[in-house]
Design a protein around this ligand. Structure first.
Ligand SMILES: Cc1cc2nc3c(=O)[nH]c(=O)nc-3n(C[C@H](O)[C@H](O)[C@H](O)COP(=O)(O)OP(=O)(O)OC[C@H]3O[C@@H](n4cnc5c(N)ncnc54)[C@H](O)[C@@H]3O)c2cc1C
Length: 403
């Protein structure tokens, strides 16, 4: 098994304004990630996508530790933290440091689906949110469609509802939905008479089917699927909030989700950084360690500053959400944009620093494996999902110039 490199954040990053509550939880998250996730992380990141690869045992273990209760209020069965968004994002960083794939699956389950359901009625919280927190059920969040991901205005959606006595009938299709093939239900964005609505739909309802998992460049442990809805009857109790609340519900979940994607980017960047720092001290060229070449020293110094900034930014986004700000656009979009960007930048540098080893999944000579190629593949999706980075620049620009 691979060994973990020295954690350089312990030396370089100072936790001045991360809440004590979050720091205490971070210890628990890190212990789980290192003890339980790390032993399977290589396999998890390399195997071709298939339903059997879903890490149910690890999900169950997380539920036992109460991790899926992190974002939720006490009255909803959650931990009732003072800083739930900070804690949820820190969990994403700790998991992504070890396995970005795993972090992606977990975020879809407990943050995107979980926070969507928390906006529903007591009936929804009791029947859908509670089992999700205990991992008696797996959740997914379905917004994207084959023809449209960035543009999810009601007119652009092909997943449509019509009203009937006692409920709704939903038909349409969703794409790239994390966990859908394993999930028990999905929080789904749907068009109804020109308005957007969110329903929680049971995956075993008549008329719901899913594809095989997609085969992807990276994040192979995060399983994504198409969902097909063919005249699915949805009881009226399964509407989350009111008719017309769909986009608002999605955005509320995405505030947590995007802060989490920024944090996952920090986790990947830190991992690529630590792998690089450790390798550079050992690997020699022209009679001295690579770490002694000023070119790489300057680059690592720059990356140190960027990782510091990205971590500060996602924590600030979390602090603003936890302070009661519903849509802290600049910080949440900024955290998502910047964290995902530096993970891609650092992963590219790490592959370069490792030279030929940077490309190795497994070296034939001695079966040794190298984490940086996985981070190189996994980091890219951070710039695309939960709003592409162009969309995040667009929404920040709106704050500057208006619509
Ligand atoms: C591994 C993975 C997991 C995912 N999990 C989920 C999930 O669980 N649930 C879910 O709902 N979705 C999920 N997605 C979908 C993801 O959120 C979308 O892929 C993303 O929102 C982008 O949408 P799109 O792929 O349709 O790209 P498009 O919207 O078609 O965009 C294509 C390109 O055009 C650019 N673009 C679009 N509009 C503008 C504009 N106005 N100005 C400038 N550029 C623009 C985009 O930035 C992008 O570069 C997942 C995707 C992946 C790859």
């Amino acid at each position: 098994m691979r060994e973990l490199p020295e954690r350089m954040s312990e030396k370089l990053y100072h936790d001045n304004y991360i809440p004590d509550e979050t720091l205490k939880l971070r210890k628990k998250f890190r212990a789980f990630a290192e003890k339980e996730l790390f032993p399977i992380a290589y396999e998890f990141g390399q195997r071709t996508e298939s339903n059997e690869n879903f890490p149910m045992e690890l999900f169950k273990s997380m539920a036992k530790k109460g991790f899926f209760k992190v974002p939720h209020k006490k009255k909803d069965g959650g931990l009732g933290l003072k800083f739930p968004a900070c804690a949820a994002a820190t969990l994403a960083e700790e998991l992504a440091y070890i396995s970005a794939s795993f972090s992606g699956s977990v975020n879809a389950h407990f943050l995107l689906a979980g926070v969507s359901l928390a906006q529903g009625s007591n009936y929804i919280k009791r029947n859908y949110l509670a089992p999700l927190m205990e991992c008696e059920a797996i959740g997914s969040f379905a917004m994207t469609e084959p023809q449209s991901g960035s543009d999810v205005r009601p007119d652009s959606l092909i997943t449509k509802a019509t009203k009937t006595k006692g409920g709704y009938i939903v038909s349409g299709q969703k794409r790239y939905i994390t966990n859908a093939g394993i999930a028990d239900y999905t929080a789904t964005l749907v068009e109804l008479n020109g308005k957007s609505c969110m329903f929680v739909i049971d995956m075993n309802s008549k008329g719901v089917s899913v594809s095989e998992p997609d085969k992807k460049l990276g994040n192979r442990g995060e399983l994504t699927y198409d969902i097909y809805f063919d005249k699915v009857r949805v009881p009226k109790e399964n509407l989350i909030g009111e008719e017309g609340d769909g986009i608002k519900n999605c955005l509320t979940a995405l505030m947590y989700g995007r802060t989490g994607i920024g944090a996952a980017g920090v986790g990947m960047a830190q991992s690529a950084f630590d792998e690089s720092a450790s390798y550079m001290k050992e690997r020699k060229a022209f009679g001295k360690p690579i770490s002694q070449f000023q070119h790489w020293q300057f680059l690592m110094a720059e990356r140190t500053i960027e990782i510091e900034n990205a971590r500060n930014l996602y924590i600030k986004s979390g602090l603003r959400i936890d302070g009661g700000e519903k849509f802290p656009i600049v910080e949440s979009s900024g955290a998502k944009f910047y964290g995902s960007k530096i993970s891609v930048d650092m992963a590219r540098d790490a592959v370069q620093i490792f030279g030929g080893y940077g490309l190795m999944v497994e070296l034939a000579h001695d079966k040794s494996t190298y984490k940086v190629e996985e981070i190189y593949r996994d980091s890219k999706v951070g710039e695309i999902y939960e709003g592409s980075n162009e969309i995040h620049k667009m929404v920040i620009a709106r704050e500057i110039f208006g619509r």
